[in-house]
Design a protein around this ligand. Sequence first.
Ligand SMILES: *Cc1c(COP(=O)(O)O)cnc(C)c1O
Length: 397
Amino acid sequence: MDSLIYLDNAATTAVKPEVFEVMKPYFTEIYSNPSSVYSFAGQAKKAVDDAREQIAGVLNAKAPSEIYFTGGGSEADNWAIKMTAEACKDKGRHIITTKIEHHAVLHTVDWLEKNGYEVTYLDVDSDGLISLEELEKAIRPDTILISIMFANNEIGTIEPVKEIGAIAKKHGILFHTDAVQAFGHVPIDVQDMNIDMLSASGHKFHGPKGIGFLYLRNGLKLGPLIHGGAQERARRAGTHNVPGIVGMGEAARLAVQDMEVNAKKQIEIRDYLIERIEKEIPYVRVNGHREKRLPNNVNVCFRFIEGESLLIMLDQKGICASSGSACTSGSLDPSHVLLAIGLPHEIAHGSLRLTLSEETTREDADYVVDNLKAIVERLRSMSPLYDDFVKKESEGK
Ligand SMILES: *Cc1c(COP(=O)(O)O)cnc(C)c1O
């Protein structure tokens, strides 16, 4: 384990030891159901309320009652989109999203399309940014929802959320953002940014898995996605995951407390990685916007390389990374995000995503690039395509 270099923090993060410590008592000693009436339940209830307050504070929400705990980011995305569709169906059935959303959003709107809704998928430019002009043009009288992610999980590009919020507000359309990659990593202010609904997930910022939340602006009349008991003000049934909620609250607190320092540290190593890769490995493309980018995201494509082979060989060196197609592994389709930024299939196939944590060091970065260089060289030496390419290049000159 000690030689493991974990660079897949966009897939999940380690629970911080401090976070684990505050969770522990809620498994064993304070195991009460916060919805019960006796005072023993009060301790669990208070812990849940404290976490809610913590998270509301991070978002600059008007009130803690705007935070609803869910079973993770996917549930929050499903809830926001499906229940907006349900609540607004008399006003209209048109939804605007982008081509680069997470599947929790894309497959949800796809399901709605099969059930009588219409969806506009906005294009993105070669950096992964949407066009505000195109967004405005896509708005129709029957548009009920704009769902655009805060930051992309593959290429790290941060969308112009505040401007999107302003456009949505101007047209009286609800705005949901999947902020699963952004929350705890970059500043978010739901009031300043005019965000009506926001999804986040504990395990993407050093909290536990299987817990997330949906921010729902007060006054929105969304029904529940999960029916049952009256938990979460009768909008999300199910006994509270108290240890998970407590852990996510503490992880959120730590994330904001250290956000500036952590971001600075990660940006330095991120840019060092990108610089070394670009300088030392030929035929490489950096994906995602250079500045409007998550502090921890590196995404590159190597021509004449299969991403999967690259991952296997990196794994043999103790490096955990991911490729565009890894999430849907089993399928040979390249990432929908890389195709949306205009990459041809053969280049999109050679993608590599490295996502850092604040624990990632410059030595880690050096170890990764040194190995990457050797592996890319080795894989290319076995590639007939690369062979042809080199021959053509030398004949051309
Ligand atoms: C991880 C992720 C999700 C899904 O969150 P879960 O808690 O794993 O369900 C949704 N959207 C984005 C952008 C993500 O990165």
